[in-house]
Design a protein around this ligand. Structure first.
Ligand code: FAD
Length: 400
């Protein structure tokens, strides 16, 4: 007999980052019994994120992803308020907005194009001259040529968000099994029937894979065999490093806005901290901060605001952003194993996506449909990775 990891649940979730927790919380709010298996891997993205809720600052057109990001941003105020009540943790959301700086001719052309399409589309965006930008944020570089202000591109303290999601989920009755590795989905009669873990099996009516960049390592267990999934979204890690500066006590914050440029950003946090990011390093399951990474982040932050160079670096860290082969989120039911769902591939926008993705997964799991259009869901469906003809490889469980 297989060792059991406790009572049967309606849904078993693999991964306790924002993707898994947002879905688990929403499912529990709808009355389902939920278990989350969370291994506490070093390099998990959610605690490393800068927390920008900024679909507009980098957008050069409206596609399905842009629409979803904006829809999620619309949900954020209520999401954070509800989370605060459910968890007792105050999630810090800052609505000062984002200031995007153009520093050379190319940046300026890009900013003008972005301003033109976004204002035509009726989105909230303001074009500022160099003087206006420096009146709004006196510490940005005198080299600024033009700036865009995005009053609705906000930011949230992402670590507090994860703490709040975790606490809210538990208070709503979600069981979180910590420091246990999930190996994959148990398939019985061609349907997902639970999760196989290093400590035993967990029976469930449905399974959600939300293991960030490690999702592609999960397998299916059929009888005594271990097989590859035929719709594995091949999520790869993209390392991002962050420097955390400390402003001297008693001084007013250097910035009110998130200050964003084509090569870097700085994010002011309460209590005198200032985050600067980041790097984009694909393919590495390595979450160390490197000398080269730190040097380039510092140079790019100083390019936006020379005053940053005088600040002390208090901390630094790195996280692995989960990116699917086409860069889009993976949200929906597996074409290979009915009853298996995915919430991964959130890449650079997982914090922003949390409320919408949680709702979509809960909708699909409970109703098979969501208020999001079918076209959008098709773009994000795991079905796009389905390879019906793939031979079932017999594998040994994977190492790290
Ligand atoms: C430097 C940096 C800056 C970022 N800035 C922003 C930003 O400003 N705005 C924004 O919206 N997004 C940002 N992101 C992206 C965002 O952090 C991610 O998209 C998001 O956190 C992904 O969440 P996740 O839950 O899918 O993955 P993760 O947070 O990585 O969580 C996956 C979880 O699964 C667990 N796990 C993995 N495998 C197993 C297993 N086999 N068994 C059990 N548990 C397992 C891990 O322990 C982990 O906790 C940033 C990311 C980085 C790295």
């Amino acid at each position: 007999m297989r060792k059991s990891l406790g009572e049967r649940a309606d849904v078993a979730v693999v991964g306790g980052g924002v993707a898994g927790l947002a879905a688990a919380r929403e499912l529990a709010r709808r009355g389902l019994s939920v278990v989350v298996v969370e291994e506490n891997r070093t390099g998990a993205a959610s605690r490393a994120a800068a927390g920008m809720l900024a679909p507009q600052a980098e957008a050069d057109g409206a596609d399905e992803l842009f629409e979803l990001l904006c829809a999620s941003r619309e949900m954020y105020t209520d999401f954070v308020a509800a989370l605060g009540e459910e968890s007792g943790v105050r999630v810090e959301i800052d609505k000062a907005g984002t200031l995007y700086l153009a520093l050379d001719e190319r940046d300026e052309e890009e900013a003008e194009r972005r301003f033109a399409w976004q204002s035509r589309a009726g989105l909230a965006v303001e074009r500022l001259t160099a003087d206006e930008a420096r009146r709004v944020e006196p510490n940005v570089t005198p080299g600024v040529r033009v700036a865009l202000r995005f009053p609705r591109d906000w930011q949230v303290e992402s670590r507090r968000l994860v703490v709040a999601l975790d606490a809210a989920a538990e208070r709503l009755g979600v069981r979180i099994v910590r420091a246990v590795e999930a190996l994959g989905v148990r398939v019985v009669g061609e349907r997902a029937a639970g999760v196989v873990t290093s400590e035993g099996e967990l029976e469930a009516g449905a399974v959600l894979f939300a293991a960030g960049t490690w999702t592609s390592r999960l397998r299916k267990f059929v009888g005594g065999d271990v097989e590859n999934l035929n719709d594995d979204p091949q999520v790869e890690p993209v390392r991002g490093q962050i420097l955390c500066y400390r402003q001297p006590e008693g001084q007013p914050p250097l910035f009110r806005h998130v200050v964003y440029g084509p090569r870097g950003y700085v994010v002011p946090r309460r209590g005198g901290r200032l985050l600067a990011g980041s790097t984009t390093e694909p393919g590495l399951y390595d979450c160390r901060v490197t000398e080269e990474g730190a040097r380039s982040i510092a140079a790019r932050a100083a390019e936006l605001a020379p005053a940053v160079a005088a600040l002390e670096v208090e901390d630094s860290w790195a996280g692995l952003r989960p990116r699917a082969a086409d860069g889009l989120p993976v949200l929906g039911e597996s074409a290979d194993v009915p009853g298996l769902f995915y919430a991964t591939g959130f890449y650079r926008n997982g914090i922003l996506l949390a409320p919408a993705a949680g709702e979509i997964v809960a909708d699909l799991l409970t109703n098979g449909a969501t208020r999001l259009g079918t076209d959008a869901l098709k773009a994000f469906s795991p079905e796009r990775f389905h390879t019906a003809a793939a031979p079932p490889h017999l594998l040994a469980p994977q190492g790290r």
